[in-house]
Design a protein around this ligand. Structure first.
Ligand SMILES: Nc1ncnc2c1ncn2[C@@H]1O[C@H](COP(=O)(O)OP(=O)(O)O)[C@@H](O)[C@H]1O
Ligand SMILES: [Mg+2]
Length: 258
């Protein structure tokens, strides 16, 4: 577990990204601690997805640096990110409906024994991962993913992402398509990840979800990270101000990355 004196799990410094004339990110400085949930909020087009895609190695920043546990690192490819222990769950989940849970968990990285698939090991490991994440609503790991509820699908996507020694999990709008009880399941899952000491970044438009799970809030506005701080310093009105205007006169004004 991280303690107070440790450097942040991930630090972003001066992250800038241009797409031709569009400056999607402007000198973003943000620290992501281990064992905490950081909510990344902002209006459509604010740059949230671009920022996490830079962290995930999908977009190379135009300039800026990443630091992992206090050391500068180069994240040029998704492989670089996953080698560090960064797992990203995108909004479209990319699961195969016609395959079962085990097959989805091991898609492209099947365990073999001689020339055969090692179904037993994969099944045991899948069950173990779901149990560790306290996912209890899935009845059989041999169920086709196409027959799962939205919350269960999200759980399988998270389980697949974290199965390999992840230390930072990034979730892009994990509850956007979910009903009330499925949302509650996913929020519980986020709390479980945090209780295991992982750092979590969650992008969400739903401020009640944000207030339910986040320890910190970071707000983006037109490509700039305009504010970040511990959740205790915010209420809904202040966050709405920040999202819609990039500034807020309400509440205690917190220094960046306090
Ligand atoms: N691949 C791309 N090519 C060109 N412009 C892009 C690309 N991806 C994002 N943008 C632009 O970058 C800005 C930030 O987008 P995005 O990161 O998707 O915002 P958010 O996720 O906060 O809604 C927007 O103006 C968007 O149009
Ligand atoms: Mg987005």
């Amino acid at each position: 577990m991280a303690t107070a004196g440790d450097p942040p799990l991930l630090s972003m410094r001066g992250i800038t990204k241009s797409f031709g004339a569009v400056q999607a990110l402007r000198h973003v400085d943000l620290d992501i601690p281990a064992g905490q949930v950081t909510a990344l909020v902002g209006d459509n087009g604010a740059g949230k997805s671009t920022l996490i895609k830079a962290v995930a190695g999908i977009y190379a920043p135009t300039s800026g640096t990443f630091w992992w546990k206090g050391e500068e690192v180069h994240i040029h490819t998704p492989r670089d990110a996953s080698d560090l222990g960064i797992a990203t769950v995108y909004q479209d989940l990319a699961l195969c409906d016609n395959l079962d849970i085990v097959q989805n968990m091991y898609l492209g990285r099947e365990v073999t024994k001689g020339s055969l698939l090692d179904e037993i090991t994969m099944e045991i490991e899948t069950r173990k991962t779901l149990t560790n994440l306290s996912v209890s609503t899935v009845k059989s790991v041999r169920q086709l993913v196409g027959t799962l509820s939205g919350g269960q699908r999200q759980s399988v996507a998270v389980a697949r992402a974290v199965m390999r020694e992840s230390e930072l999990v990034i979730l892009d709008e994990p509850t956007a398509a979910l009903g009330v009880s499925q949302t509650a399941q996913v929020l519980e899952l986020i709390k479980t990840l945090k209780s295991h000491g992982l750092g979590v970044i969650v992008i969400s438009h739903n401020l009640s979800d944000v207030f339910a799970v986040a320890d910190r809030i970071a707000t983006m506005y037109l490509g700039t990270l305009v504010d970040s701080g511990p959740i205790e310093e915010y209420d809904t009105a202040r966050v709405v101000d920040l999202i819609t205007t990039g500034t807020s006169s309400r509440g205690a004004s917190s220094p960046m990355n306090s």
